[in-house]
Design a protein around this ligand. Structure first.
Ligand code: XMP
Length: 493
């Protein structure tokens, strides 16, 4: 038969792009036990974490409650931006105040208040004791629940000055947790006011606060000891960037579905010049996009359409399978020393560690955390099973409550949004701690199979093999009926 004389179109000479299921880590000789694998990493120029994991900036994933728990456990939460600028600042402050050694926003009593007023105030503020200060802030005494119990024959109409303990043990600014604890044991007290040279109140250290901090030895903390937090900022939201920065956010994440856009890059560069916080730019998915931002960004976030609730690829026809996207970006950012974050599409711990092998320094997950107790929203029950809502930030519902600028869409009153995400439900999973434990434990085991004791070593030592579809099938449980659910595996639907 004669050959077709027409040449193939050069348009069809296309490169192949791979994602998680297309590859596996090649096992290597190892001396590394999984528990000894050190997962410490950097998410941005100045922010190091013990756990290389971020929770997604989505309104069904990260608000202050989840961000506090993420940071306590060594990762970092990125607050979503479907809220007012003032709310963003408040949420950052909530995280920053959560496990502070020295509480700055101290609830105080004045000597002339009645015992009843102070008792009510302490109930309202959720504290069990308060320093008593005069108008200058000088500490005169301390009053706690035990000072005002009726059996002490204190009337609720008595003044605080008659009921308080006036021999107060105070400490100066700069006191360490150990010193404060020693004072507390020695004097059998639970709180120590921190005072300046003139005995004026500047803060308070509590026993409860010290014990909470001890529990979290891998926590992500800033130089002052407060928990770290990230904030999503729209590509043109200078006001939110400013407010988050003033509230001491550690990292701002320029939150755009396609950051390789000249206006977005210019605006991100300006934001970077105006804030103290690190600025991570995303999302990108190609080498060229990385080249456009590495000269000023403190980190690059990768992911064009891999997310579980994303419809970007089917709606727009554009996207980049995630393993290829991460490795292209890492080829550019890595040598420049700019951390890379792989965002979206991670279903299992194995996906997360494959993303690191492709060149990521850390991974960001949405669906994995949306079902946890600490994620926003309430638990719903359907057919006897418990779920929480999970929706794409490009879904109709999320865009209605926040706008479409992540997708570079103008808000128009009489026009329907063209969504790039769906609204869904995800099984309720309970506390974040056990989910994160499974994720990080699986990643450490992956490091063990490759024989790498640290993330930088793993990035260098790991190699991929390409997997056929038969190989993929072989990799999941097969020829059996699963009788007990594993905590880290759900069958592909
Ligand atoms: P996972 O797979 O962890 O993905 O649930 C979370 C990431 O998905 C991105 N994201 C979206 N992408 N349409 C998209 O194309 C959306 O509506 C959407 N909402 C979130 C985002 O990068 C997130 O971190």
């Amino acid at each position: 038969m004669a050959k077709d004389p027409r040449p193939f179109s050069s348009k069809l000479e296309v490169p192949e792009a791979l994602t998680f299921d297309d590859v596996l880590l090649r096992p290597k000789e190892s001396r590394v036990e999984p528990d000894d694998a050190d997962t410490a990493t950097r998410v941005s120029t100045n922010v190091e974490l013990n756990v290389p994991v971020l929770s997604a900036a989505m309104d069904t994933v990260t608000e202050a409650e989840l961000a506090i728990e993420m940071a306590r456990l060594g990762g970092i939460g990125v607050l979503h931006r479907n809220m007012t600028v003032e709310e963003t600042a408040e949420q950052v402050e909530r995280v920053k105040r959560a496990d502070e050694l020295v509480i700055r926003d101290v609830v105080t009593a004045s000597p002339g208040q009645t015992v009843r007023e102070v008792d009510e105030m302490m109930g309202r503020e959720g504290v069990s004791g308060a320093p008593v200060v005069d108008e200058d802030g000088t500490v005169l005494g301390i009053i706690s629940g035990t000072d005002i119990r009726p059996y002490l024959e204190v009337s609720d109409r008595d003044e605080v000055r008659d009921a308080m303990t006036s021999e107060v043990i105070t400490a100066p600014e700069g006191v360490t947790a150990r010193e404060a604890l020693e004072l507390m044991y020695e004097h059998k007290i639970e709180r120590v006011p921190i005072v300046d040279e003139d005995e004026r109140l500047v803060g308070l250290v509590t026993m409860q606060g010290i014990l909470a901090r001890r529990e979290y030895d891998a926590a992500a903390r800033d130089e002052e000891g407060a928990l770290r937090v990230g904030v999503a900022v729209g590509p043109f939201e200078a006001d939110r960037a400013q407010a988050a920065d003033e509230a001491d956010a550690d990292v701002l994440f320029i939150d755009c579905a396609h950051a390789h856009n000249r206006n977005v890059v210019d605006s991100a560069r300006t934001i970077k010049e105006e804030v103290d916080a690190d600025v991570v730019v995303g999302n990108v998915g190609t080498r060229e996009a990385a080249e456009a931002v590495v000269d000023f960004a403190d980190g690059v976030k990768v992911g064009i359409g891999p997310g579980s609730i994303c419809t970007t690829r089917v709606v727009t026809g554009a996207g980049m399978p995630q393993i290829t996207a991460v490795s292209e970006v890492a080829d550019v950012a890595g040598p420049e020393g700019v951390p890379v974050i792989a965002d979206g599409g991670i279903r299992y711990s194995g996906d997360a560690i494959k993303a690191v092998a492709a060149g990521a320094d850390a991974v960001m997950l949405g669906s994995y955390f949306a079902g946890t107790k600490e994620a926003p929203g309430r638990v719903i029950t359907m057919n006897g099973k418990r779920y929480k809502q999970y929706r794409g930030m490009g879904s109709v519902g999320a865009m209605q409550s926040g706008g479409g600028d992540r997708y570079l869409k103008e808000e128009q009153e009489d026009e329907e949004f063209v969504p790039e995400g769906v609204e869904a439900a995800t099984p309720y999973k309970g506390p974040l701690e056990s989910e994160l434990h499974q994720l990080v434990g699986g990643m450490q085991s992956g490091m063990g199979y490759v024989g790498a004791a640290t993330i930088p070593e793993f990035k260098q030592r790991s190699e991929f093999v390409r997997v056929s579809s038969a190989g993929q099938t072989e990799g999941h449980p097969h020829d059996v009926v699963i009788t007990d659910e594993a905590p880290n595996y759900k069958p592909n639907e």
